[in-house]
Design a protein around this ligand. Structure first.
Ligand code: RIB
Ligand code: CA
Length: 321
């Protein structure tokens, strides 16, 4: 049986990759996409979400527009990591007539929770605002999902400050409320592992040579991220953080998880920092989440590439061997 999922996101190059991987894998049933401000303002991330669904020929999947402002009622700073349009300057290439649904993302999430029978896995690959707003409206909301898989936080690093990752930093109160809301299971996939799966220049070049619509799209949207990493860190790699959430759903053995108690700093110098207490050492053994400690990078690439480019499977396997 297929696994039903909803992705709440801020597309975004890596959100786009997460959606594409979900749509290309036979095990995954993407029920809906919700959008939030993040890799661009809400209009921008929403437009990108519509374009990605159209690109993949899945206009039938509904897209719900969510929160433009954080829980503090201010628009969070957007990140230019993927260019002004959020898709590496390449968004204009995809045309779409697809429209958003009339229902707001928060109302949709509340309805989906009620109709879920506890079977839906919820993904958060952007700031947690929509999900936190749903929880504020219905305290039982978390219990109505199978689990939450969130790209956010980190134990040992940050990308907005020495200690804070963007999704948690953008709406830290939302992240805090979501982590402490009582989901049956939360898997927190943070920078400690997502930094390790950044797309290297060699594999990106192979995508160019595959020369399909999708491979050209991924090649082009990852250019800005790669150049930014080269300029700032002398590393020719493009960020792909969010895609690891869907890869984990498909093959859990890609990640090594550790039980942990995870909280988020809502304000001050540590704003957005995730405090990861492995084993609940400082919390009387209580753990509210699973923390992604390690990633099997080779296994990830095998899954990611052979799922999205099935027709090139042999070449991929030979290259990775
Ligand atoms: O810090 C990484 C996260 O923020 C990802 O979700 C990515 O889309 C970025 O905006
Ligand atoms: Ca994202």
């Amino acid at each position: 049986m297929k696994i039903p999922i909803i992705i709440d996101c801020d597309p975004g190059v890596d959100d786009a990759l997460a959606i594409i991987l979900a749509l290309r894998h036979p095990k995954v049933d993407l029920k809906a996409v919700c959008t939030v401000t993040g890799n661009g303002d809400l209009e921008n991330t929403t437009k990108n979400g519509l374009k990605i669904l159209s690109l993949c020929g899945r206009e039938d999947i509904p897209l719900y527009k969510g929160s433009g402002k954080g829980l503090d009622d201010k628009q969070p700073d957007t990140v230019p990591a993927f260019g002004d349009d959020g898709l590496g300057g390449y968004a204009h290439v995809v045309q779409t007539d697809k429209q958003i649904e009339q229902e707001n993302a928060v109302d949709f999430l509340l309805r989906a929770a009620d109709e879920s029978n506890g079977e839906i896995t919820l993904f958060a690959t952007g700031p947690c605002t929509n999900i936190a707003r749903a929880i504020r409206k219905d305290k039982e909301f978390p219990k109505k999902f199978k689990k939450l898989i969130v790209m956010g936080g980190a134990k040992y690093t940050g990308n907005m400050s020495p200690v804070a990752e963007y999704n948690f930093w953008a709406d830290p109160l939302a992240a805090k409320e979501v982590m402490n809301a009582g989901f049956h299971e939360i898997v927190m996939i943070g920078l400690d592992v997502t930094n390790k799966i950044a797309l290297g220049a060699d594999i990106r070049e192979i995508l160019r040579m595959f020369d399909t619509d999708l491979s050209r799209f991924i090649y082009n949207i990852t250019r800005v991220g790669l150049e930014e990493n080269w300029e700032t860190r002398r590393k020719p790699v493009a960020p792909m953080h969010d895609v690891l959430t869907v890869a984990y759903l498909i093959d859990e053995s890609i990640l090594t998880l550790k039980k942990a108690n995870i909280d988020v700093v809502a304000e001050g110098i540590g704003r957005g920092q995730s405090i990861v207490d492995i084993g609940g050492h400082w919390s009387d053994g209580n753990c509210n989440a699973l923390y992604a400690a390690e990633v099997d990078v080779e296994k990830f690439y095998k899954l990611f590439l052979t799922t999205i480019f099935k027709e090139n499977e042999q070449e991929i396997l030979e290259y990775l061997r």
